[in-house]
Design a protein around this ligand. Sequence first.
Ligand code: GDP
Length: 301
Amino acid sequence: ATERKGWFDKLKTGLRKTGTGIQAVFVNAKIDEDLYEELESALLMADTGVKATEYLLDDLRGRVKRQMATDASQVKALLAETVADLLRPLEKPLVIGQFTPTVIMVAGVNGAGKTTSIGKLTKHLADEGASVLLAAADTFRAAAREQLLVWADRNTVEIVSQEGGDPSAVSFDAVNAGKARGKDVVLVDTAGRLPTQLHLMDELKKIKRVVTKADGTAPHEVLLVIDGNTGQNALAQVKAFDETLGLTGLVVTKLDGTAKGGVLCAIARERPIPVYFIGVGEKLEDLETFNAREFAQALLG
Ligand code: GDP
């Protein structure tokens, strides 16, 4: 329990540091149009985006009316419920064990925290008793391969990698090795890329196809790692990668830093893909499961 408090505090401090100002709106406020207007600005500042902001305010007005709220602190509590209810569909655990191995492909733009998240995820799975095989399908950057080797070493897990090799071939070999060695999970790290780099997006599709060739039911999960700091752009990334790959889950990183966090509301409203994990630090243990209610509380300060 103390550990959970630790991450919640980090998230809260991180989200608060940005001073999105949502909580300030309620200080000494009356329930009137000004309040809703200020709330609208504060939500937009927190990266919730136009559509989700509109939805949240409509939903909030309904609650305020039904509950006959008379002071601003009640409205704040109702907003926390509104946000938590919007985010709740994103709460979903990553389930493994149904397949041997469960093949998890991981994608993202450069710098999103993909490699770090794979390291954290490896530790998380290993802590749960799962055997993990890493596939270093980021064959472009020697540094990425090396970083993954370090993570593999720290987690004492096996890794399939091939300097300068073809990412699809590495993935294919890794899935086959995972099957042959009876691994619980094969984690496929792919090179960072932008959705606008169409040839690289095609390459991701190819990796997915080849993984399916190695194991007819794979990949079982396709995760996108997004940087919580990228605001509305994160939503654009989610949409683009989802259209290319068919995402099953998200990892949202850097929520301990200067992220505003509201983008999760936009994602919930416009492309509700489960948030399996959030990143709240640079260390291996700084990975947490997503909790809508706690997140909403942290967001509102
Ligand atoms: P990649 O290019 O997507 O593989 O990104 P990396 O995994 O190399 O991470 C980029 C930077 O972000 C590194 O400095 C990481 O330490 C940092 N980072 C990753 N996740 C988190 C997080 O949850 N919190 C913080 N504060 N930093 C993170």
